[in-house]
Design a protein around this ligand. Structure first.
Ligand code: S3P
Length: 183
């Protein structure tokens, strides 16, 4: 069997802004030693612009296009084991949802509104929440996105009461089961 025939064993983190994807992604990266791909960071590095500037100067659609392009690259199976941390809106496009599941084990990190609000309040690099009433915006986005996260994920974890260490342990146990023992 050559490299391109090995089914990908990536672990993919999805979930709303502030749900802890980047932190948990780093934890999984340290534990497994798999390369970490933080999609927002890759897009920022490639464009040499912050997410905020991309949204302001190029518009959200241009950013969504970059996400889809990056997912297509990640589907390339030459590196079949990665930890992939996504942006919260990546599940908006159907083609993205399909690619996310093709990439491997998809974990949805979920948290209640209050937690998301606290964690995102001070961060200026989340243009979608730069509004007068971020709580209502989060609620509105969550109403649309929850079914999409649910449809895409193999596993949902409610993170509010857990630290990143506990979350990573849970993910690794269930990922081993999903990949039939071979991570
Ligand atoms: C977005 C989430 C952000 C980033 C962009 C759009 C979204 O990523 O991709 O601001 O639509 O929810 P994080 O979820 O890592 O904050």
């Amino acid at each position: 069997m050559n490299e391109s025939q090995i089914p990908p064993k990536n672990i993919v983190l999805i979930g709303f802004m502030g749900s802890g994807k980047s932190t948990v992604g780093r934890e999984l990266h340290h534990r497994l030693g798999y390369p970490l791909v933080d999609m927002d960071q890759v897009i920022e590095m490639r464009t040499r612009k912050s997410i905020r500037t991309i949204f302001e100067k190029m518009g959200e659609e241009a950013f969504r296009e970059m996400e889809t392009t990056l997912l297509k690259e990640l589907i390339d199976p030459t590196v079949p084991r990665r930890i992939i941390s996504t942006g919260g809106g990546v599940i908006g496009r159907e083609q993205n949802r399909i690619m996310l599941r093709q990439l491997g084990y998809v974990v949805w990190l979920n948290a209640p509104l209050k937690v998301l609000l606290d964690r995102t309040a001070k961060n200026l690099d989340r243009p979608l929440l730069h509004v007068d009433d971020p709580a209502s915006r989060i609620e509105a986005l969550m109403t649309v996105r929850k079914p999409l996260y649910a449809e895409t994920a193999h596993l949902k974890i409610d993170t509010a009461e857990l630290d990143s260490d506990e979350i990573a342990t849970g993910i690794l146990e269930s990922a081993r089961y999903f990949f039939a023992g071979h991570l």
